[in-house]
Design a protein around this ligand. Structure first.
Ligand code: 2AM
Ligand code: CA
Ligand code: CA
Ligand code: CA
Length: 279
């Protein structure tokens, strides 16, 4: 089976499980804080994904959110894994757990694959809308099998842009609020849906022209970044350096508004570098 087909199967199986439990009571645990949650459904979905991926590709490594501590160490771990295994899957079983817990219908499964640190396949699946975003390196990006491309907006003033309120590193929210204050009058409007991977898929499919957020992890970003590149967009860190799987502070756009978004974040001192955030 191709890597993409395996990823699709894993995402659909996990999505089915998530969908079944969406409007039921959940057993919720706090991880690092009241802002950082996990449910038994996150864990069961990750198990399901691991089973599908490893039974098809037993020699591959898997970095899953619920298998490690979040934060800088996880990104380092991703890179370390690669020294041993040629292929590394980066898995977020539910991106948008807070939404899932509250019944706010905006969350997804995110599965990305890199080969020797180069992204080769990515799937983002929204189980409630049954929207499957897929990409393979060099083969374009698709939504439910139809090709997608990034939006045509040339300026921030015409752009719908999304961001998020990070839950991890201390101070990340405060830093990002500065970015939101600065960006807000400069773009058409701002959204913060609470699922980074789904926002990235929305940039790839032209529903958003840009997205930025601080302090994310490889499993949030890998699949969505490949989608955007394959859909004709651009992905970098908040200083403009091209995305790689160690990046935590992300800027992802249709390409046309990228430099304007980078410049605005720099002006607002909300890049997450040099402003007290650990990176
Ligand atoms: P999650 O739902 O998979 O945890 C919301 O702004 C985004 O931040 C979501 O994609 C969310 O992913 C992520 N997020 C939540 N808690 C986090 C944490 N402790 N560290 C980093 N990112 C986190
Ligand atoms: Ca989480
Ligand atoms: Ca996530
Ligand atoms: Ca998650």
């Amino acid at each position: 089976m191709s890597y993409l087909k395996t990823a699709i199967r894993a995402a659909r199986e996990a999505g089915e499980l998530i969908r079944r439990h969406t409007y039921e009571a959940k057993e919720v645990k706090e991880k690092s804080s009241v802002h950082d949650l996990v449910t038994e459904v996150d864990q069961a979905a990750e198990e399901r994904i691991r089973d599908v991926l490893l039974s098809a590709h037993p020699d591959h490594a898997i970095l899953g959110e619920e298998g490690v501590e979040a934060g800088v160490e996880a990104s380092k771990a991703a890179l370390e894994e690669h020294r041993v295994h040629e292929h590394l899957w980066m898995v977020d079983p539910i991106d948008g757990t807070t939404n899932f817990v509250h019944g706010f219908p905006f969350f997804c499964v995110s599965i990305g694959l890199s080969r020797r640190e180069e992204l080769v396949a990515g799937v983002v699946y929204d189980p409630l809308r049954d929207e499957l975003f897929t990409a393979e390196k060099g083969k374009g990006a698709y939504l439910n099998g139809r090709p997608i491309c990034v939006s045509a907006e040339q300026e921030l003033s015409h752009s719908l842009v999304a961001t998020g309120f990070p839950a991890g590193a201390k101070g990340a929210r405060r830093v990002n609020v500065k970015g939101i204050l600065h960006l807000s009058p400069r773009c058409r409007n701002i959204r913060a849906g609470g699922a980074a991977a789904l926002h990235l898929a929305y940039v790839a499919s032209g529903r958003l022209s840009g997205f930025w957020e601080l302090d994310l992890n490889a499993w949030d970003l890998a699949a969505g970044s490949l989608l955007i590149r394959e859909a004709g967009g651009r992905v970098s860190d908040t200083l403009g350096r091209p995305y790689d799987i160690g990046v935590r502070h992300i800027v992802a756009t249709n390409g046309a508004v990228h430099d304007e978004l980078l410049a605005a974040l720099k002006e607002s001192e909300a890049t997450g570098y040099g402003d007290g955030l650990r990176v």
